[in-house]
Write a protein that binds this ligand. Structure first.
Ligand code: ARG
Length: 588
């Protein structure tokens, strides 16, 4: 479906052509709503190109612009901007189109991609901590949007399940393990022995050597060590899966680092053969002498002792994703400390002739109330699982106050939606690069730009329909699905436009139509916060509308129109929050 923006852009292009100009500038939402709904800088761009007065060019463009019921005659403003204001009847018509569209007006992408999204990717023998939440939540949201836009998406969990740490884990398992503690809390016990071994190895060269031996044995396929490794992986996965379930996140594949193990030697051979890598001081290394920022940052792909590393695995991973999974696009949702690593890896891929589009999607940190990296009281990493469980507990308290009569089962379900939603939204409503302060009060507030505020707006609409019952079968809604219930098309004709009069309802309807313009933008620079902000403004628009315009008590045709707008608001909120991985409760 065409959006207002795309319709106006086409009309602009036509008017430029008939005024004798080439296509220029952009048509964007208005920066200031007082001047209209959309604007273009076309005349400014052309003015510069042709050394002519922009305002005069703008007047010519406007004179050739065919408004055709869509907007008021455009207005030239300032140095030569052209402003467009949509007509209420055009908005009323478009709203019905959106209402009748399962996709709420969102068109599929014109070129479909094969995208592998690498997100989450925690390390075995370490619990997931709050630092992982951004990658998981951001990666999941991008996957949801990309899928909806028609791209082929593979969600891949690149688990750190191989590497030098296993020498220590195995040594610790053999020498320090407390079986009872292992039964009580397996991952905590594995982490404990790993930590303790690490400390011992730091001061005792013999322990260090013993760990190295264990690693060599594991890598050589020793049965005992392989069994221990398998057990550690299984225990860790149990913990990860619990977190994924709480978060409602799924993966299509979970090819951890170990998956690539037997491909690493081949990778190094190929890179040596093609001259991309060379032997340097006994190691195999890729140099980037021609790239200033990497000139003194060579990438080691085989260590002097013959061992492979994180980088080697990532090069093998690219082979697999491009050749086997047929990816033409790979997104790595990984924190900023790995920027250098991915620059190197992508450059190596480029030298190998890979044409796929590789993106490192980085993000900032989560801070505690003291504005330092978020830590537990004892200074450790905050385990993600505890954090999510606390979110649900706190949400439960709010429900208890707000709606004590709900059943126990309802309370549990709603608390999870609100608690998890709050954590996710607290993250996704921020620009991903900014560090943000984690605050329970702020993210669980029912006021302001929070998930509970948006969920509450949804609940309000739903309660209107509960109140309205059968009589809510309003003309513009005929044939439309209301809350899972298909409304029969009666004998009366289906309205093709809403009658919009009050400015609050016009504004709300306009915003609803703009959902389709916003969603694709999320992928431009990987910014779900654009969508979050849109939903927040939408909820504000709904509250303004709700104060200004009676719904159930108004007369026809306003009543039907308003019910239709309410219905669409709920659908857009639900769909939009679903893109962010957030569920809506029916009551709260
Ligand atoms: N396991 C890594 C870490 O926790 C993240 C892996 C990211 N993905 C990748 N292909 N390197 O730092």
């Amino acid at each position: 479906m065409e959006t207002f923006q795309s319709l106006l852009a086409k009309k602009l292009s036509d008017s430029l052509a008939s005024a004798g100009f080439s296509d220029a500038g952009e048509l964007t939402p208005a920066t200031d709503p007082r001047f209209g709904d959309y604007q273009t800088n076309a005349a400014l761009v052309l003015g510069k190109q042709r050394s002519e007065k922009p305002r005069i060019i703008a007047e010519k463009i406007v004179a050739h612009f065919d408004v055709n019921h869509l907007c008021e005659p455009p207005v030239v403003a300032g140095a030569g901007f052209i402003n467009f204001t949509l007509r209420p009847d055009a908005i009323g018509k478009k709203t019905v189109e959106v209402l009748r569209d399962e996709r709420l007006g969102i068109a599929e992408a014109t070129s479909k991609k094969h995208i592998v999204i690498d997100f989450g990717s925690p390390n075995v023998a370490k619990p997931m901590h709050v630092g992982h939440v951004r990658s998981i939540v951001l990666g999941d949201a991008l996957a949801r949007v990309a899928e909806f836009l028609g791209h082929e998406v593979i969600r891949d969990n690149h688990i750190g399940d191989w590497g030098t740490q296993f020498g220590m884990v195995i040594y610790g398992w053999k020498n320090l393990l407390d079986q009872r503690a292992l039964q009580r809390n397996p991952l905590a016990e594995i982490v404990r022995v790993y930590k303790e071994t690490n400390e011992r190895a730091a001061s005792d060269p013999q322990v260090r050597e013993a760990c190295r031996q264990e690693l060599v044995k594991l890598q050589a396929g020793d049965k005992e060590n392989t069994d221990i490794w398998n057990e550690c992986v299984a225990f860790s996965m149990q913990d990860f899966d619990h977190v994924y379930e709480l978060l409602g996140v799924r993966y299509d594949i979970q090819c951890g680092e170990s998956f690539y193990n037997d491909r690493l030697a081949g990778v190094v051979e190929r890179l040596l053969k093609s001259g991309i890598a060379e032997v340097s001081e006994g190691a195999v290394v890729v140099f980037f002498r021609d790239i200033p920022e990497l000139a003194d940052r060579p990438c080691i792909i085989r260590k002097r002792d013959g061992g492979f590393n994180y980088a080697t695995t990532d090069i093998a991973t690219i082979d697999y994703r491009v050749n086997d999974l047929k990816a033409d696009t790979v997104w790595y949702v990984v924190g900023a400390p790995q920027i250098l690593h991915f620059k190197q890896i992508f450059e190596i891929a480029r030298r190998q002739g890979y044409k796929a589009d590789f993106r490192h999607i980085t993000f900032g940190s989560i801070l505690g109330e003291d504005r330092k990296l978020m830590k537990t009281r004892s200074g450790g990493n905050v385990p993600l699982r505890n954090l999510l469980e606390e979110a649900c507990r706190r949400a439960r308290k709010i429900i208890e106050e707000k709606n004590p009569d709900l059943s126990e089962e309802e309370k549990i379900g709603i608390a999870q939606k609100i608690g998890i939603g709050a954590v996710k939204y607290g993250d996704l409503s921020q620009y991903r690069m900014t560090d943000y302060v984690f605050s329970w009060e702020k993210m669980l507030s029912l006021q302001g730009n929070t998930a509970p505020y948006l969920q509450n707006a949804y609940v309000r609409v739903r309660s209107i329909f509960r109140k309205a019952g059968e009589s809510a079968v309003a003309t513009p809604l005929r044939g439309v699905d209301i809350g899972g219930q298909q409304i029969e098309t009666g004998r009366r004709p289906v309205a093709t436009a809403l009658s919009l009069e009050d400015s609050a309802e016009i504004n709300l309807a306009k915003r609803l139509c703009q959902f389709a313009e916003i969603v694709p933008q999320v992928l431009n620079d990987f910014r779900p916060n654009i969508l979050a902000n849109y939903l927040f403004e939408l909820a504000n628009g709904f509250h303004t509308f709700y104060e200004a315009c009676p719904v159930l008590k108004s007369e026809e045709p306003a009543r039907s129109s308003r019910l239709a707008i309410c219905h669409l608001t709920a659908r857009v909120l639900q769909r939009g929050l679903d893109f962010l991985g957030i569920k809506v409760p029916e009551k709260m």
